[in-house]
Design a binder for this molecule. Structure first.
Ligand SMILES: Cc1cc2nc3c(=O)[nH]c(=O)nc-3n(C[C@H](O)[C@H](O)[C@H](O)COP(=O)(O)OP(=O)(O)OC[C@H]3O[C@@H](n4cnc5c(N)ncnc54)[C@H](O)[C@@H]3O)c2cc1C
Length: 373
């Protein structure tokens, strides 16, 4: 296993459950996850349970009102009107720990080891980490957005593309009565939800160039005058704990996810923008599918081909939908925002129309920009 993010550790549990001896190679010095919340959808909770990972629902809170407000606090649409299912919200570190707690004697973890190359022959796979070489019958690469294994297997794939916006995340120690939800402004969004320990996880996005530096007051400058309780959430978060990530995805679907005895899983295979809150959930569902197909047949090639056939189409759709929602959410033209909010307020069908309208306008803007170059 290359990588011990949520995808890698879930896959390690899945493979051990199928009787494999698993070695997890992780470049970070320690196992763990960042200080943020994460939404876990019912289908992924079910997969975790299938893998014997219990307790997610006990450690999580059903996400509150999943609707959308304007920066002045007026509701545009409430979750019930859209008829959407609701995920549970859990701390990332807690989810990671629930999964790693399930490691049995068949899993060996090596931290502080960076995989640098991979090659294979008919009998197995050689993984290189600096001067060290390791042999395996099967390698699952869960090494994330900038996967070394993906680059080695698919050198001509263009790789990640910047979405045009950055994300901020934090955990606030505040006492609130507000159940949460999302607020969409012009080119900026803010969302929050309660965690089981009473603290609040919040996230925000803003249009800007990739790679710019941030300063401690940036989030407050952008969102400090939005509706309550957003100012309180920001005031309750130590600025040094605010995480910031430029948002990328893999817009060109990778074909295939499997090459010989090497399997790509999670963000390494299908990194998506976080707009649906399904990236880590998809990695968990990849792990579940891999285990199911490995159990169904003795023939490794057949099992891996079935994994590829199941997971590629599902995740390609999620990458596309997630990108489309991001485009809609990050609209910054005043008139388009009024139109978007009006259409979203009318419900599901109109929301689809707003998405297509926004996609059309973005495509037209890209064509105009290209014709100017
Ligand atoms: C702002 C934001 C909010 C999000 N919210 C949600 C959400 O609510 N719900 C959800 O389901 N998803 C969410 N996601 C997506 C989710 O974080 C990712 O999809 C998920 O973490 C991917 O897991 P992974 O294990 O595939 O990859 P990663 O989490 O990227 O793990 C890869 C691991 O591999 C290691 N590694 C990398 N290269 C090497 C190497 N060469 N050698 C050894 N180790 C290596 C890394 O150190 C890392 O530990 C969000 C993402 C962002 C940015």
């Amino acid at each position: 296993m290359v990588g011990a993010g949520i995808g890698g550790v879930a896959a390690a549990v899945a493979l051990e459950g199928c009787g494999w001896q698993v070695t997890v190679l992780e470049r970070a010095a320690e196992l763990g996850e960042v200080g943020a919340g994460i939404s876990v959808w019912p289908s992924s909770v079910a997969v975790l349970e299938e893998l014997g990972i219990e307790g997610v629902e006990k450690a999580a809170v059903p996400a509150g009102m999943a609707g959308m407000r304007r920066p002045d606090g007026r509701w545009v649409v409430e979750a019930a009107a859209l008829g959407v299912e609701i995920p549970v919200m859990i701390h990332r570190a807690q989810l990671h720990e629930l999964i790693t707690d399930r490691f049995g004697p068949g899993v060996t973890v090596r931290t502080g080891i960076t995989v640098t190359g991979i090659s294979q022959d008919a009998a197995g796979v050689t993984v290189t980490a600096g001067d060290e070489s390791l042999r395996a019958e099967l390698v699952v690469a869960a090494d994330g957005l900038r996967s070394v294994v993906r680059r080695a297997l698919h050198p001509s794939h263009p790789g990640p593309r910047y979405s045009g916006y950055t994300a901020y995340r934090g955990i606030a120690d505040v006492d609130l009565s507000d159940g949460g939800g999302e607020t969409w402004g012009r080119g900026q969004r803010f969302g929050f939800a309660k965690l089981i320990d009473g603290r609040y996880y919040w996230y925000a996005t803003a249009n800007r160039e990739a790679g710019l530096a941030s300063d401690a007051g940036e989030v407050a400058r952008r969102f400090g005058d939005w509706h309550d309780p957003i100012p309180a959430l920001l005031a309750g978060t130590p600025p040094e704990y605010v995480l910031r990530n430029d948002i990328y995805d893999l817009p060109l679907p990778l074909v295939p996810f499997v090459s010989g005895r090497v399997v790509l899983l999670g963000d390494a295979a299908h990194a998506m923008t976080p707009n649906l809150g399904r990236g880590a959930c998809s990695a968990i569902e990849d792990a579940g599918a891999l285990a199911r197909h490995l159990r169904a047949t003795e023939d490794l090639a057949t099992a891996l081909a079935a994994y590829d056939a199941e997971r590629r189409p599902v995740t390609a759709k999620l990458v596309k939908r997630s990108r489309a929602i991001g485009r809609l959410g990050q609209v910054d033209n005043r008139m388009l925002c009024v139109l978007r909010d009006g259409l979203l307020g009318l419900g599901g069908t109109a929301a689809g129309l707003a998405g297509r309208l926004s996609a059309g306008l973005s495509a037209r803007r890209r064509r105009v920009e290209q014709s100017r170059m």
